[in-house]
Design a protein around this ligand. Structure first.
Ligand code: 8Y4
Length: 257
């Protein structure tokens, strides 16, 4: 899964059109590099980020999704949102995968996912982006995340979301310390015991900076090490910024396994 952010902070200035054009051409490049899914988000989900209005989020992502869908009728387009109205607009524009860091807990999201019959990634997080990294605590991180998944899966079942459409994600960096993140990555096999595919998003994240003492633009090798590790533990989906590098690592790893 290749990441496309359609947010002002990642595309500096330039008009709406330029932002759309840049995002679409970047998506096409990621597809060439081997991405099977393009994850498109219009609200920065990074720690400390501001909240974006529904209309603003729709205005950011819908043009990118429509144009990309016009240029590639086959690629899986993931909408990265926690808002039901954004999900609906994105699906109408051609998105066919839902990536919700709020695990369909907002109003209307369970119903929207059920009606769409699309794959949906349920991500665990503790707290809200603005404050979640301020001293996160758990009694037991693995138990907490597993219980959260079991509860969300139950809610999905009640909403008539098909089992085959559910993907689970422990939410690396979302209300977690380095130790919490490491415990989750080391226990992917346990997470898989719930019976659903696992998605891991760790590309360029803070935990790599904490281990290597590196800034965000110097985290590629660390990202690749974790991508390979997650793959070998059985993660089926990897959300990454550097698609070519990750695809090369996984092709070699596959041959060796
Ligand atoms: C550098 C680069 C520093 C990226 C921080 C970040 C996930 C996700 C995000 C994830 C799923 C991010 C939308 C945060 N992370 N969706 N989204 N799983 N499913 N931060 O781990 O990339 S955004």
């Amino acid at each position: 899964m290749g990441v496309i952010n359609v947010t002002p902070d990642s595309f500096s200035d330039g008009g709406k059109f330029l932002k759309t054009e840049f995002a679409v051409s970047h998506a096409l490049e990621l597809i060439k590099q081997g991405a099977d899914i393009i994850d498109i988000g219009g609200e920065s989900t990074r720690p400390g980020a501001d909240v974006v209005s529904v209309n603003e989020e729709i205005n950011r992502v819908v043009p990118v999704i429509s144009q990309l869908r016009n240029l590639d009728s086959k690629i899986t387009i993931s909408i990265d949102t926690s808002k039901a109205l954004v999900m609906r607009a994105a699906i109408n524009a051609g998105a066919n995968f839902i990536n919700d860091v709020n695990a369909l807990q907002n109003i209307g999201c369970l119903e929207t996912a059920a009606q769409s019959n699309l794959h949906v990634c349920l991500m665990h997080k503790q707290g809200q982006p603005k404050t979640m990294q301020k001293n996160p605590e758990y009694e037991d991180i693995l138990t907490d995340v597993m219980e959260f998944f079991e509860q969300r899966i139950e809610n999905c079942k009640q909403a008539n979301i098909q089992d085959k459409n559910i993907i689970l994600d422990p939410g690396i960096g979302f209300g977690k310390t380095l130790e919490h993140n490491l415990a989750l990555l080391k226990n992917i096999k346990q997470l898989k015991s719930l019976g659903y595919p696992i998605l891991i998003g760790v590309s360029r994240k803070t935990m790599i900076g904490q281990i290597l003492n590196s800034e965000v633009d110097d985290r590629l090798y660390g990202s690749l090490a974790i991508a390979q590790f997650a793959y070998m533990q059985g993660a089926e989906y990897l959300r990454v910024h550097d698609v070519k590098a990750t695809a090369d690592v996984l092709k070699i790893t596959q041959k060796l396994m």
